[in-house]
Structures are given as structure tokens and as C-alpha cells.
Ligand binder design. Structure first.
Ligand code: TYC
Length: 127
């Protein structure tokens, strides 16, 4: 008896595929950092954390104070394009108000772009 591929019908057309061709990978995450400065008012820092990063009053105030006392703090982990967009939004707000408030981002995986083999600006780069 001739064995038939269970995924093909009698005409040899594929009916189902047992495994997806590509597995969905978790997006590479980026850490957004907030930096202290001597000029931006505390209230402004709290305001942007609430409005751009969707944090509550208590968390925003605690993070602002942490950065004020320790020079830097982690705002959160986001996929590349989300981190990039939020930083662009807060930077625009800070520049409008003439405050030097600084947010930066870095890959959570130290291999991402660290050896110069990949473009850290390309979220689709192979890992
Ligand atoms: N150090 C600022 C002040 O005393 C407040 C501040 C906090 C600024 C956190 C930036 O990321 C910052 N007005």
C-alpha cells in the first residue's frame, strides 16, 4: 500500500501544515532610562511620566525622586519602536519648555549590537 502524506489530499494539495514555518519571537526589549539634571522642575518630570509613560501620580513621584537622588532610573522596558516614540514625545515636550530633561534607551540583551555585528537601530535584525 502506498503511504500518503497526511497533509496532502489526493491531488497532492497541502491541507494543513503541522508546524508554522517561523516561530513568533518575543520582541527584543529596550530599557528607557531617565537622567537627572539641575534645571527641570520636579513637577514637569512627574507630568511627563504620567502623560507619556502612563504612570500614576505615586509611581511618577517616586521615580522622579529616585532619579533626583541617584542620577538615573529605569522608566520601563518597551519594544524598540515604542521606546523610540515615547522618548521623541518627551524630548519634544522638554524642548518646547526649554528644559534639558534627558531620556535614553539601551537594549536589555547586552548582545544586541554590542559586538558591532548588528545594527542596534534595526528592530528586525537577526539575533
Ligand atoms: N533635579 C531636579 C530639580 O531639583 C528634578 C529632576 C528630577 C530633574 C528628575 C530631572 O530626571 C529628573 N529640580
Amino acid at each position: 500500500m502506498t503511504q500518503r502524506d497526511p497533509h496532502e489530499d489526493q491531488d497532492g494539495k497541502v491541507l494543513t501544515r503541522s508546524k508554522p514555518k517561523q516561530r513568533i519571537k518575543r520582541p527584543r526589549m529596550y530599557r528607557v532610562l531617565l537622567h537627572n539634571d539641575d534645571f527641570t522642575p520636579r513637577e514637569f518630570v512627574v507630568l511627563v511620566l504620567k502623560h507619556v509613560f502612563a504612570k500614576g501620580e505615586a509611581e511618577s513621584t517616586a521615580l522622579m525622586l529616585h532619579v533626583h537622588n541617584n542620577d538615573v532610573g529605569v522608566v520601563g522596558l518597551y519594544p524598540f519602536s515604542v521606546a523610540e516614540t515615547k522618548i521623541a514625545e518627551v524630548t519634544a515636550l522638554s524642548e518646547e519648555s526649554n528644559f534639558p530633561l534627558l531620556f535614553t534607551m539601551e537594549p536589555t540583551d547586552p548582545d544586541d549590537g554590542a559586538d558591532g555585528s548588528g545594527d542596534p537601530n534595526d528592530p528586525e535584525a537577526p539575533r
